[in-house]
Design a protein around this ligand. Sequence first.
Ligand code: FES
Length: 164
Amino acid sequence: MRLLTPTGNKRFNELIGFLCITLAVLIALALLSYSPKDASFNVSAAAIDGSPARACLTLAAQIDGCEVRTVESLAPSAGRLGILQAAFKRNHALQCGFCTAGILMSCADYLKRVPDPTETQVREMLSGHLCRCTGYTPIVAAVLDVAALRNKINESIKKEPEHA
Ligand code: FES
């Protein structure tokens, strides 16, 4: 590899060449060892076989034959919002929407695993996301809103007398 530098220093050129090759090898190794299922949700979130993954870092060949769900899967039908999406709208939990798809998918997955989270737990869960607009408080409120609503529904189902 021959690089042109303002100084024309051969040792400098060799060092730059070595660093470029090393960087290329490290990137290749990182890509080969990366599994999309290991990643936490972020901006470009999807659920691959039910597990959170970053769609932007996932090669199509890695998910051949897998079930892939995106944020659209949270809606019961076209033109209707799912319970979590409705809570986001109600609590003003999105502004520009850049982060929203990823956060919605992450929250949906989290609420399946932790149906009655505390505010602190929700904030910890969101720590892998970057929202530049909301300050997170409305997002946390929306998640807690959904948890409370689901728990209320579950309680009323338990209290309902059985019909003979
Ligand atoms: S709503 Fe704009 S980044 Fe989250």
